[in-house]
Design a protein around this ligand. Structure first.
Ligand code: GDP
Ligand code: MN
Length: 376
């Protein structure tokens, strides 16, 4: 489970990492009050569980309480990569001298953690990592040894971070281990003009296996605080929101997982995981389509079905019936294979919906769905 920035900030503070003074609200009116309490000038930040808020217009400086109210009004309800902003955090602005990047992430394959750090943090860290990988240090951390002061000093030295970050690196490791996290990321970690080291933005992903002892963050509610995930959960769908543009529906978790990979391999990004399981009834298809189509980030939809016990003609019937109740607004690429695929394809051909096309292979369908998504 991912935490919101303001929750990550709270954890950092509890572990002695310096953070800007901040408060959270859902109301523009209250934003004005908070800004007044924080000294007038504030940074207004969208609270959504996705990165790149700054570039999307979800992080803005407000000069006084009246401007804070206006800015909060603008940002609340905003759509950032398919996530609707329900809360804003107002923070005391910080005078930034330099921005760094630090994170600890679980490396499952290697059975250890990885410290990733760079002296070139900030909004363009992905670009730095892609274009100049040597500017991003990656240092394995043995979980049984952890990040001691000596280890932290090594990380800071390799990454070119100032000495004063060593203490923060040790405390951040405490956040990871004591709070049952599998990822903690601070970007940017900043040095202020006064020389202080502050965590200005934070991401924490908790280990879902430890959820029973993390009740503090809520169990049910926190799992579905994304509006689309909540809508899907209400319909009993096995849906997870992702950040891409290609909506995905498939039968069987394994097939859906490989569908995500194949779509990514075609140069597009999946917008969601949705496994409709063995049933694939018209109702489930209609429910799934309506959730996916209400995701504003979706540009095309890929239905990938391998007929087994549920035959493809039944799935095709389900799609045709779903098209009666759901208004299709985006192109739909369907790949039917396996049991009764020929019959299933004939049913869809018979319906001849202008936005529905078929492909016979998974790769071909993924390529087409990616092409349609990228054409927008
Ligand atoms: P993200 O875009 O979702 O990663 O959101 P961040 O919280 O990292 O904010 C994006 C950028 O806004 C940061 O990299 C900073 O450059 C800038 N920013 C955020 N808070 C402050 C602040 O208090 N003062 C200044 N000067 N810049 C800030
Ligand atoms: Mn950031």
């Amino acid at each position: 489970m991912d935490l919101y920035e303001h929750q990550a900030r709270e954890l950092f503070e509890e572990h002695g990492i310096l953070v800007p003074k901040a408060e959270v609200t859902e109301s523009p009116r209250e934003a004005r009050e908070i800004a007044r309490r924080l000294g007038g000038r504030v940074v207004v930040k969208a609270q959504v569980k996705t990165g790149g808020r700054g570039k999307a217009g979800g992080v803005k400086l407000a000069a006084d309480p009246a401007a804070a109210e206006l800015t909060a009004r603008q940002i609340l309800g905003m759509d950032i990569k398919g996530h609707t902003v329900g809360k804003v955090m107002l923070a005391q602005p910080v005078d930034i001298e330099s921005e760094f990047y630090v994170s600890y992430v679980l490396d499952r394959a290697a059975g250890r953690f990885l410290a990733i750090a760079s002296a070139e943090g900030g909004m363009d860290i992905e670009e730095v990592a892609a274009n100049r990988p040597e500017a991003v240090a990656r240092i394995p951390v043995d979980p049984s040894e952890g990040v001691t002061t000596a280890k932290a000093a090594q990380i800071a030295q390799v990454a070119g971070l100032p000495d004063r970050t060593v203490d923060v690196l040790v405390r951040l490791w405490d956040v990871l281990t004591r709070e049952d996290a599998v990822l903690v990321e601070v970007n940017p970690l900043v040095r202020t003009s006064g020389g202080q080291i502050l965590a200005l933005d934070g991401k924490v992903t908790l280990d879902d296996n430890a959820r029973f002892r993390q009740e503090r963050w809520g169990t049910q509610e926190a799992a579905h605080d994304d509006a689309l995930e909540a809508a899907a959960a209400a319909k009993g769908l096995n849906y997870v929101k992702l950040d891409g543009e290609v909506g995905i529906i498939g039968n069987g978790a394994g097939l859906v997982m490989s569908t995500l990979d194949v779509v990514a391999g075609c140069g597009a990004r999946p917008a969601n995981f949705l496994d409709i399981g063995g049933g694939a009834s018209a109702q489930i298809m209609a429910d799934g389509l309506s959730v996916i189509l209400s995701d504003s980030a979706v540009k095309s939809v890929f239905v990938n079905v391998f007929g087994g016990i549920t035959a493809c003609d039944a799935v095709a019937d389900g799609i045709v019936q779903a098209l009666e109740s759901v208004r299709l607004t985006k192109p739909l690429v369907v790949r039917l294979d396996g049991n009764s695929a020929v019959e299933g394809r004939a049913i869809l051909d018979g319906r001849a919906h202008p936005l529905v096309e078929q492909a016979t292979t998974m790769d071909g369908a993924a390529r087409r769905a990616a092409e349609l998504a990228n054409a927008h």
